[in-house]
Design a binder for this molecule. Structure first.
Ligand code: SF4
Length: 169
């Protein structure tokens, strides 16, 4: 388990502003070397308020890198509300990464959250990309994300019932 930083981190990697009328094309930015050893990097697609929670999960020893180290495992975290306008951009970013473990972080990313009936909100990013782990909650707990990352690094399936994996609640 990584150590929580206990404050707002500056670890968000790619920002896509969900409220914009025009999609913000993501630019290459550093990825989070979660354990500081090049074994696993996290790309956080920060869409809305869940991104605050995901930033809290970043361990104190994490580093920023300009690219994915060779051989590193990749975890992509979609944090927050995704609109139908931005969903293709999110999918394109994920498609450009090597074999990522995709995490839908928060009820919005899992199934639309409190905006599930809004015409413009994607009812779950799994409509666009395969999702490996669902972390429900509004907001979801940062600790749950840290546990997912730890499990992926250890080659375990992060599937604690009701919290990680399976059907979003
Ligand atoms: S799940 Fe809740 S906290 Fe997360 S982005 Fe949606 S409204 Fe915000």
């Amino acid at each position: 388990m990584g150590n929580y930083r206990g404050g707002v981190a500056s670890a968000t990697v790619i920002h896509l502003r969900g409220s914009d009328a025009t999609p913000v094309v993501p630019r290459p930015r550093p990825v989070i070397d979660w354990f500081g050893d090049g074994s696993l990097v996290v790309v956080d697609l920060a869409m809305a308020c869940c991104a605050i929670e995901s930033e809290f999960a970043v361990p104190a020893g994490a580093l920023h890198r300009s690219d994915v180290p060779e051989g590193a495992r990749v975890v992509v975290v979609v944090s927050g509300t995704v609109t139908d306008l931005l969903a293709p951009e999110v999918a394109a970013v994920i498609a450009g990464l090597p074999g990522p473990h995709v995490v839908a972080f928060g009820s919005c990313a899992c199934a639309g959250g409190p905006y599930w009936d809004a015409y413009c909100v994607t009812k779950g990013i799994d409509q666009w990309v395969p999702v490996d782990t669902y972390v429900p909650g509004c907001p979801p707990p940062p600790r749950a994300l840290a546990e997912v990352v730890d499990a992926v690094r250890g080659g375990r399936r992060p599937d604690a019932p009701g919290v990680l994996g399976g059907v979003p609640t």
